[in-house]
Design a protein around this ligand. Structure first.
Ligand code: GAF
Length: 391
């Protein structure tokens, strides 16, 4: 039997956060409940920190923050992940390396806003969420962004979505210690329903591209492999460092610049293939990034032309490149992708940072259950923990 992780409707999410708030902090209600979604990225993986393009869509799964300001400088934080504990800390004590676990994402946002010179005193907050945690679906960003929206509203900070995105990225990089690139926070704060977000990470401009698989008789199946992924274990940082090293060797600020002139990518790859120590790895990492940026452009062109049915080969090529050149896939992701394709998916790929986490498959709407069953069966046949399907 397949397992499905369904989203709550927003009224349910808000009620749950209010109930968690009452359980942690007593009868006086919160000032409100704010929320932000998880995401899947359709294509454009490991491009954000290279100034590239990516194309996330919001999930119906959201994180809810019930929050009330305090007059002192204390943050008290409760969550459904650990309902018995309320973590309390002085905001003035928050600095890189001082806070661990999920509270780093919450306290980090307050720290980041205060670093901008904004007046952010203490608060009580209770969190509840239906975004699967550790599934590569951006639960961290959904948490940060729900808190950022809450603090912005209760303190009348008047920050734009773009400014809040930047503050959340800083919280994640500097307080939570994950050197991520910013796609996830932009997805949580700047996406709109029914659209993919074409995010240009060089200038942070966005375009909302209509994305409605159901209108074409299709569905996007999201497969949480339950192989836990982590962005703070060094592998993600190593990929980012290699890209930055290659950009420095090539004399460009980011790898994106290599895609600006015709033939730039080919010339760059030829230059990098100089036989020096590490050259082979640099070539493969850069080849992925440059090809992936091109795939985003092709994917968006197909969406603009109403040809979602034709994006399958781009999804497949993205996965192959992430598996072989970027080396961020894993057995569970490969099994999910191969089983989905074998069961008739038009295309499939890992999504998010990799090393575990989730895959997506574009399938005929009436084949969702059959493809899910086939993926589930493939996991069981290989002795893997069965996946959860996120819907
Ligand atoms: C993770 C990171 F948080 C993003 O910034 C992005 O780099 C992604 O991995 C890979 O595309 O989700």
């Amino acid at each position: 039997m397949t397992t499905w992780a369904h989203a709550w409707d927003q009224a349910t999410g808000q009620d749950r956060a209010r109930a968690a708030f009452a359980a942690a902090f007593g009868a006086t209600p919160p000032s409100g409940v704010w929320s932000a979604p998880g995401r899947v990225n359709l294509i454009g993986e490991h491009t954000d920190y290279n100034g590239g393009l990516c194309l996330p869509v919001p999930l119906a799964h959201r994180t809810y923050a019930a929050l009330r300001p305090r007059v002192d400088e204390v943050a008290r934080m409760a969550s459904s992940w650990d309902p018995t504990a309320v973590v309390s800390l002085e905001l003035a004590s928050v600095a890189p390396g001082t806070v661990d676990g999920w509270t780093a994402y919450v306290a980090g946002v307050a720290w980041s806003l205060r670093e901008l010179g904004l007046d952010v005193p203490g608060f009580d907050v209770a969190i509840d969420s239906c975004v699967p945690v550790g599934a590569g679906l951006s639960s961290s960003a959904a948490l940060e962004c729900s808190v950022a929206l809450a603090l912005d509203a209760v303190h009348g900070l008047g920050q734009s979505r773009e400014a809040l995105t930047a503050a959340c990225v800083r919280a994640e990089n500097e307080i939570a210690g994950a050197p991520t690139g910013g796609m996830d926070q932009a997805a949580a704060l700047r996406t709109i329903d029914g659209h993919a977000l074409l995010l240009d990470c060089r200038d942070l401009s966005v375009r909302h591209v209509p994305f409605d698989p159901a209108a074409e008789g299709l569905a996007l199946l999201v497969i949480d492999t339950r192989a836990e992924h982590a962005l703070v274990d060094g592998q993600y940082a190593a990929r980012r460092a290699t890209c930055e090293e290659a950009a420095a060797l090539l004399g460009v600020p980011t790898l994106r610049e290599l895609t600006d002139a015709p033939g730039g990518a080919e010339r760059a790859l030829a230059t990098l293939a100089d036989g020096s120590p590490g050259a082979d790895v640099r070539v493969r990492r850069v080849r992925h990034v440059l090809a992936e940026i091109e795939r985003v452009k092709q994917f968006v062109a197909l969406l603009d032309a109403g040809r979602l049915r034709d994006v399958g080969p781009l999804l497949d090529a993205s996965h192959t490149s992430l598996r072989d050149d970027y080396e961020v896939s894993c057995r569970e992701l490969d099994v999910a992708v191969e089983a989905a394709r074998a069961a008739g998916a038009l295309g499939a790929r890992m999504t998010g940072g990799g090393f575990g986490g989730s895959a997506i498959a574009l399938v005929e709407a009436d084949a969702v259950d059959a493809v899910a069953d086939a993926v589930d069966a493939a996991f069981r046949a290989q002795g893997l923990t069965p996946p959860a399907f996120v819907a």
